[in-house]
Write a protein that binds this ligand. Structure first.
Ligand code: GTA
Length: 329
């Protein structure tokens, strides 16, 4: 295709905190011509499904493993929340197919126009074995990790087995997602980049999800934090909250700000999610509130180096195998 790639540039209107989507053309050579041209739009036409790794009727999400040109891929499809500002159009502008009627009750299949019936889709391609495994439905086990376990079991494992951080460096170096950045503090010691998380389509604030990626590259996780990092953490907390208030008109009292332990990606980052939204991984067994982390480090500079931390690991996680081999579970 000779046409240019397009991207969705979503902006939030501060005044009424409603989200407004604006289509921006990266190259306007083909104005008004072919809509289906960028990589992301035709990559799935070559997708051959191998298996459904996991799905949830309640969350309306499915994780699918397949191949694209004989290479592994993972596709995540997720039905998105309703948007208040399009509900009227959805009800008045759709076709209704009657399923049953009984007295004052009736049920229908509503056939919505395509622009009100979008499915958020994430493609991981080429995907590694680890990407495929981590989306598979599986039992989890709670692990108890002492500071010594971290040094002797976890650290050697994550040094060899972690996901690539290329996407993180691309963001920090503005090689990817530069147009999505909400706030950027360039300071090499306390700076960070705040931007929408991959999981958020930015269409509504109900499931707001941003991540703040720290500029220093040497902090892998909560375990590396000491009181020396308090200025960085406080800067992320303060400026992150201010940027979200300014851009989305959401006060700090509406936010859940936390770190994961274990994270999937071992480069320090902080999750900012809407309080009312049950984001994946926001449970007590994995999320550590940033305000607690700050207080713990103020009380004990070595808190996270010495304390026993608890977290769930999936049955086929290699790290769980290492804890088993060491007789720690
Ligand atoms: N902006 O390229 C990226 C990108 N990547 C590769 C990851 N993230 C990205 N954000 C941007 N661009 O919140 C985000 C992730 C995550 C954060 C890393 O960075 O979405 P973490 O290291 O603590 O890892 O945080 P976490 O939270 O475990 O991430 P993971 O494993 O991706 O998600 C946890 C659970 O969420 C999964 O088990 C699954 O149930 C669910 N999930 C995963 N991906 C999706 C998805 N695309 N849509 C919906 N649910 C998903």
């Amino acid at each position: 295709a000779n046409a240019a790639a397009k991207r969705e540039n979503l902006t939030i209107d501060n005044e009424n905190a409603s989200v407004e989507a604006k289509r921006v053309k990266a190259d306007d050579e083909d104005e008004g011509k072919d809509e289906k041209v960028s990589d992301s739009e035709d990559i799935l036409s070559r997708f051959k499904t191998s298996s459904v790794l996991n799905d949830s009727a309640r969350e309306k999400i499915a994780f699918i493993h397949g191949k694209i040109d004989d290479q592994d891929a993972v596709v995540i499809v997720e039905k998105t929340p309703f948007r208040e500002e399009t509900l009227t159009e959805l009800l008045t502008g759709s076709k209704l197919k009657l399923e049953m009627r009984n007295d004052i009750y009736s049920s229908y299949q509503l056939q919505a126009p395509p622009h009100l019936n979008e499915i958020k889709t994430t493609v991981v391609f080429p995907a590694t074995e680890k990407h495929i495994k981590r989306h598979q439905r599986q039992e989890s086990f709670l692990v108890e990790e002492t500071g010594e376990d971290y040094r002797s079991i976890t650290l050697p494992y994550i040094q060899t087995q972690s996901f690539s951080l290329q996407w993180v460096y691309n963001i920090l170096e503005k090689k990817a997602e530069a147009d999505r950045i909400v706030f950027d503090d360039p300071d090499p010691h306390v700076g960070f980049v705040l931007l929408p998380d991959l999981k958020w389509d930015q269409k509504q604030l109900d499931n707001l999800y941003l991540i703040a990626i720290a500029r220093p590259r040497s902090i892998q996780s909560l375990r590396d934090l000491t009181s020396e990092h308090l200025p960085l953490l406080q800067n992320i907390f303060q400026k992150g909250k201010e940027a979200i208030l300014q851009r989305y008109n959401l006060p700090a009292s509406q936010l859940r700000v936390y770190l994961h332990y274990q994270p999937s990606y071992y480069h320090l980052h902080v999750h900012f999610t809407r309080l009312g939204y049950e984001a994946p991984g926001c449970g007590v067994e994995r999320a550590h509130l940033l305000s607690d982390v700050v207080q713990n480090l103020q009380t004990d500079p070595e808190f996270y180096k010495t304390r026993t931390l608890y977290f769930p690991l999936r049955a086929d996680d290699g790290l769980l195998g290492k804890f088993r081999e060491a007789g720690r579970i």
